[in-house]
Design a protein around this ligand. Structure first.
Ligand code: GLN
Length: 477
């Protein structure tokens, strides 16, 4: 059996009885397990859960019932998203044996839609990183170039889709962790509007910035996946009440007259081969009828600094629960309470998490709160206003996802600031809470994938998908 790459091809295969959902699940699991040593994309496979979900799809089909919009699709889930009864590690030694007692809402919804979860994917510890090298279980390798990183922190989910071991995947994005690995691995990755998808069951990193979002090959499939997981959830008070439109119905390929802004700040410090691909994509958008104009997002230079104050502040608070009492294995070498906390956290957290806990605690401390945290929040507002102003004149904004393509494993590990600058073009979208995505736009001369970033107004995933899909159709013909 050839592995199908899209939801449509799976549906067609099921309906013409080329394969059953159970056969597809078995085949995918076998393939994924055999391929995994190359990339280390998965930390855990869950064959029992996958086969049970697949059998439910087959039963529904046999009974003539609707098996759901994701029927039979093999799905990989980033290991910061909780799966009941299936180990969820957050790529941390602290949670190496943690079995959650409940499912994230996104997980529940995609199984109700007929999706088949096959396993949990590797990532940076607690989603902190840009390369998936901060995992306690070893780095992930980029399927397009095995000596390079897949991006991060959702590197395992992006690699799984690029490797065809899953048709869909869920990742999480706080400062770029869906778009940047999607760009590095050559797949589609979507960060929805903040609040569009419930965060219930997503391990908190920086709660005011965290999002769950889809990976797929085709834009159309990310739209379908988002359709299923989006919408109000009682279990997350920050999830939005806004109705979920029919994203797929809007994918008519017609973007004639759509106004696209190109922010000049996104082209400063860009590698030339990446810049050439982005400009070629912009030309393609003109050919299909978009009106392109230059815009400014003047507060972009303050985004990385403010993000690393806000995100570390929230992380220092969110990570306090991993103390050997409320969560996690407990260090046994210490007999006093404070000693137990100290040794548990010292042995458990990797270097990047420790760095962030220290930085976050510092910026929140008495005497520094106003100077750092409050200042960063003000800068965040200015970044959000830049976008609001720009969207008075344009319908979407496009630019690069990352200043460079996938870098070599180890290349930036000793220089955290260089690593943080990987996110220079993705972070502003998160600070503003707007929907944004990466769609593949070609490869460099070295064969490394590059993604085009598309950003849109709050809750206008429809316009964003329409543009990305029209571009994908035009560039594949
Ligand atoms: N790379 C960024 C960081 O390290 C973003 C991570 C993310 O989006 N989860 O914080």
């Amino acid at each position: 059996m050839n592995m199908p790459h899209t939801i449509d091809s799976i549906r067609a295969g099921l309906e013409t009885k080329q394969f059953s959902a159970e056969e597809l699940a078995r085949q995918t699991l076998g393939f994924a397990e055999a391929e995994n040593p190359k990339t280390n994309a998965y930390l855990t496979f869950c064959p029992e859960r996958a086969l049970a979900a697949a059998r439910r799809v087959d039963e529904k089909l046999a009974a003539g019932e609707d098996p759901g919009p994701l029927a039979g699709a093999p799905i990989a889930i980033k290991d910061v998203i909780l799966t009941r009864g299936v180990r969820t590690t957050c790529a941390s030694r602290l949670l190496a044996n943690y079995i959650p007692p409940y499912d994230a809402t996104a997980v529940t919804r995609l199984e109700q839609a007929g999706g088949v979860i096959i396993g949990k994917t590797n990532c940076d510890e607690f989603a902190m990183g840009s390369s998936t090298e901060n995992s306690a279980f070893g780095p992930v390798r980029n399927p397009a170039a095995l000596d390079r990183v897949p991006g991060g922190s959702s590197g395992g989910s992006a690699a799984a889709v690029a490797q065809d071991t899953a048709v869909l995947a869920l990742g999480s994005d706080t400062g770029g962790s869906i778009r940047q690995p999607a760009s590095f691995c050559g797949v589609t990755g979507v960060t929805p509007t903040y609040g569009r998808v419930s965060r219930y069951g997503l391990t908190a990193f920086a709660s005011s910035l965290d999002h769950i979002g889809p990976f797929s090959r085709a834009v159309r499939d990310s739209a379908r996946l988002l359709q299923v997981i989006a919408g109000r959830d009682e279990m997350d008070s920050t999830s939005a009440f806004a109705p979920v439109p029919d994203y797929v119905a809007a994918l008519d390929g017609n973007v004639r007259g759509m106004k696209i802004g190109i922010p000049k700040e996104f082209f400063e410090g860009l590698a030339s081969d990446v810049g050439d691909l982005i400009l070629a994509a912009v030309d393609q958008l003109k050919k299909i009828g978009c009106e392109v104009r230059d815009i400014g997002l003047p507060h972009t230079p303050y985004a990385v600094a403010s993000y690393y104050v806000i995100a570390t502040a929230e992380a220092s608070s969110n990570l306090a629960r991993y103390d050997g009492v409320r969560y996690t294995a407990r260090a046994s070498s210490e007999t006093t309470l404070s000693g137990m906390y100290r040794v548990t956290r010292d042995e458990g957290f990797g270097a990047e998490c420790k760095r962030r806990i220290m930085l976050g605690t510092y910026v929140l401390s008495h005497g520094y709160y106003d100077a750092y945290y409050l200042k960063a929040q003000k800068a965040r507002t200015l970044v959000a206003r830049d976008y609001a102003r720009a969207f008075e004149d344009v319908d979407a904004i496009v630019g690069p996802v990352s200043p460079f393509p996938a870098f070599k494993l180890g290349e930036k590990l000793d220089d955290p600031v260089a690593m943080y600058l990987s996110d220079i073009y993705t972070i502003t979208g998160d600070l503003a809470g707007i929907p944004c995505m990466s769609v593949p736009c070609g490869k460099t001369a070295q064969g490394l994938p590059v993604g085009l970033q598309i950003l849109a107004r709050h809750f206008d995933e429809t316009g964003m998908f329409r543009l990305a899909d029209a571009y994908q159709r035009a560039s594949s013909t």
